[in-house]
Design a protein around this ligand. Sequence first.
Ligand SMILES: [Zn+2]
Length: 365
Amino acid sequence: MNRLPRFTALSLLAAAALGPLRAADESTPGYAEILKIDVHSHIFEDVPAINALFRRINVRTINVCVPGGDGHLATMDRIAFQLYGKHSELYPVTTTFDLLAREQLGYTADVITWLDRAFDRGAVAVKIWKEVGIEIKNSAGKFILPDDPLFDPVYAHLAKRGKPLHAHLAEPIDAWQPLDPNSAHHSYYSTNPQWHLYGKPEYPAHAAIIAARDNIMKKHPTLVVVGAHLGSLEHDLAGIAERLDRYPNFHIEVAARTRNLTRHPSEKVRALFRKYPDRIMYGVDAGWIPHRRDRPPTDAQRQGHVNSLELRYRADFDYYAGQGETTYSGRKTQALNLPRSVLEKFYHENAERVFQLKAAWERNR
Ligand SMILES: [Zn+2]
């Protein structure tokens, strides 16, 4: 694939006509031209139409196994590595680990053995999900927080192996607030009441889980942590900046939270990207997960998923790379018009570095 900017005489003339010519590396890349790595994808079927879309619009994913506590771990692992074996450049794998055996003797040693097997087959990272913090409990009936000493040997091992922890911990702050029709997450919490924690004081507070996540980075300063969904601080750009300053190994991705960014003043979001260009990665969090359905999907449903993916990637690009007013999820906002150098880092260079993707893409050739 060609990742270098392409210039035509026409585009140079057009740029000249618009005013002083910007530096060549700052011209806005074309949508299909720029490589877009979606670091947060869940695709568990080999669907030719999805693969064709990715190749056509220049998307590559990291395919994330999750969760570790629903009994589907072996199925996900099998499908994810089959896909990776077949289309290595499209589906590098982020693995996850079992949480069901957590009370058993030798649990962390078994987890480490499982993860090493995944790394031997090319896994690029390890996912930990919100079930740690707001679902699973210890033998005393208390919620297990993500910085529980139980997981320290696992985190230490990841740091030693140089594998990032992709951490979806906590939820948007909206989960702890009354249902609000204006919230970007209203439809999720009105249809997933089990994750809506408002009025349920037995659950840990949002701040307690975020503090536990931060404590992992404090305890394991060489562990690379990628905070999924803007690190669950989508409401607080200053809070994100504070963590990026405090923890040099902390990164974030925007999966399923671009809509939150579009609700902040554009100049503040732009400033965050310009201040931390090496720390923010692109992601969408679209799921195609037939093993969780009651019956197999139809081709019409597959095509529907392809169509929605295509719309999402395009709308995201229009927001991050476009100019002026744009519509995102039905609301008007100002596009960020990020400089080309920032877009290249956001869309692929950071992911290539943090997840060591070049080796992963080459592996099965
Ligand atoms: Zn996800």
